[in-house]
Write a protein that binds this ligand. Structure first.
Ligand SMILES: [Zn+2]
Length: 69
């Protein structure tokens, strides 16, 4: 994922389980830009029926982020 402002690859800052904060989203992920200091928050919606499938896709995406190219 790249910064909207300067197109620099963002740094993954961590996941936060937000099940207690909202009924609509199950996870909050934050990213920061090492170049212009922009900060991004991503909210993942609850998808109870497809949770396993969703988690597999998410793990795969995370792996790609951790091991670029
Ligand atoms: Zn930036």
């Amino acid at each position: 994922m790249r910064c909207w402002h300067c197109d620099t690859e963002l740094i993954w800052g961590g996941d936060h389980d937000c099940e207690e904060d909202t009924e609509d989203y199950q996870m909050e992920t934050n990213f920061s830009c090492p170049n212009c200091d922009s900060f991004y928050l991503a909210y993942y919606p609850k998808q109870k029926e497809k949770k396993e499938e969703w988690l597999e896709g998410y793990k795969k995406w995370r792996k790609e982020q951790d091991e670029p190219e």
